[in-house]
Design a protein. Structure first.
Length: 402
């Protein structure tokens, strides 16, 4: 495949020291799946043998968005639970009455692989239609070897679809399945036994757990992480979402790629994350949908130079979010991020949260993953509440049309 030129763009490269890495009257030269050159159109070398040209008409171009935390694969949905919560029931009450995660686990187990694929495919279409070119997908609604395997296989199958890269995460330590009632340690034994099998089938890129009073303890989480370490798999953690369990510090001891949620994160956790280089993945969709009030410690994270990412946390219970640009808006309004921090959070820092070094910015040698928006300035990505401004999505040098 030869060179392709994408011209007449205002490019927020997020590379270099300029705000947004902004290049006006810019162009991108694509060689196969990679960027050969990004710069001012006037500086483009002469005499290049260009096979195809695309006119972007002055559109804003950003790196492809990276959603670094989703639970995209599940059966059913929980709209009726949303209605119950609006009538005053709490998330915990619903969970105790057999709803919540348990109801999604039952629906996921009952669904065929085809149905799981079709449901997740539809949701992925919507996220891609809003600019996502890389997505992390967790298991965690199967909770048996067979059902976790199916979910991870569906995630891998989605990764073979055009226009997207999928990173898989094993989250069997998400909730205690009914058959292990009262035997959480026994379930963690099983979670640790399944991991090498699924890893042996190339289904696992990273390992996660839900470390919380209503889920698994730091000691149980540590056992899952020990197993991940033995297999050479990176870890990440749902930490400090509803209380401070010291989860972030624990994950940092295992060199975690990221610690996610973090509303209750304390000074020790921040220091440990800074030391380990872990990314703080903030999830404003869940904060909003659960009407939480406790804010993640954004200022302290900034002072400690912990990179901040923003993700959808797409899941049927606490964040049925299908637009990453909307999450940027929520991250600014609720968490006080600047619009530039928010965009970096869904690109550069999100790539880092997934351990990916070949994307997240637009510069020579990186993947040609970029989005053309019907917007004038990158601030607008975080400014509009909804709306649909994504015009063209290019993933690995190929335009993705839905
Ligand atoms: N934290 C959450 O907010 C989701 N999972 C997690 O570990 C909730 C998932 C659900 O309610 O289905
Ligand atoms: Fe989550």
């Amino acid at each position: 495949m030869g060179l392709t030129l994408w011209r007449h763009a205002r490019i927020a490269t997020l590379a270099g020291r300029e705000p947004w890495g902004l290049i006006d009257r810019g162009a991108l030269l694509v060689d196969g799946a990679r960027l050969r050159w990004v710069g001012r159109e006037a500086d483009l070398a002469a005499g290049l043998d260009i096979d195809g040209e695309h006119e972007l008409g002055g559109a804003l171009v950003t790196p492809g968005l990276i959603d670094a935390h989703t639970h995209l694969i599940y059966g059913g949905q929980r709209a009726s639970e949303f209605e119950l919560r609006l009538q005053g029931a709490s998330y915990e009450q619903i969970a105790r009455a057999g709803g919540g995660i348990a109801s999604t686990v039952a629906a996921t187990r009952a669904a065929s692989s085809e149905a799981l694929f079709a449901g997740a495919r539809g949701r992925l279409d919507r996220l891609q239609g809003e600019g996502v070119t890389t997505i992390e997908i967790k298991s965690g609604y199967g909770l048996t070897l067979e059902h976790e395997r199916r979910c991870l296989q569906v995630a891998r199958r989605l990764g073979r679809e055009p226009g997207v890269t999928v990173c898989t995460t094993y989250l069997a330590a998400h909730a205690l399945p009914p058959e292990f009632e009262g035997r959480a340690d026994g379930y963690i034994d099983a979670v640790c036994q399944w991991l090498p099998l699924l890893h042996g089938e190339s289904l696992v890129d990273a390992v996660d757990a839900f470390c919380e009073a209503i889920a698994f303890s730091p000691a149980q989480t540590g056992r899952v992480f020990e197993q991940a370490r033995r297999l050479g798999l990176p870890v990440k953690l749902h930490a400090e979402q509803l209380s401070d369990q010291g989860g972030a510090a624990l994950a940092a001891r295992y060199g975690a790629l990221s610690c996610d949620h973090l509303e209750y994160l304390g000074a020790d956790g921040i220091a440990a994350m800074a030391e380990a280089g872990s990314v703080a993945v903030l999830l404003p969709g869940a904060f909003y949908f659960l009407r939480e009030t406790r804010l993640p410690p954004v200022d302290a994270l900034r002072r400690a130079a912990v990179p901040i990412a923003i993700a959808s946390d797409h899941n049927p219970g606490t964040s049925p979010a299908l637009s990453l640009p909307l999450m940027l808006n929520l991250a600014c309004t609720f968490f006080g991020l600047t619009p530039e921090e928010a965009l970096r959070g869904a690109t550069v820092n999100a790539a880092r949260a997934l351990g990916l070094v070949d994307r997240g910015k637009l510069s020579e040698g990186l993947r040609a993953d970029f989005v053309a928006w019907d917007l004038e300035h990158p601030v607008e990505l975080a400014y509009w509440i909804g709306g649909h401004f994504c015009r063209r999505v290019i993933c690995g040098g190929q335009e993705h049309t839905q």
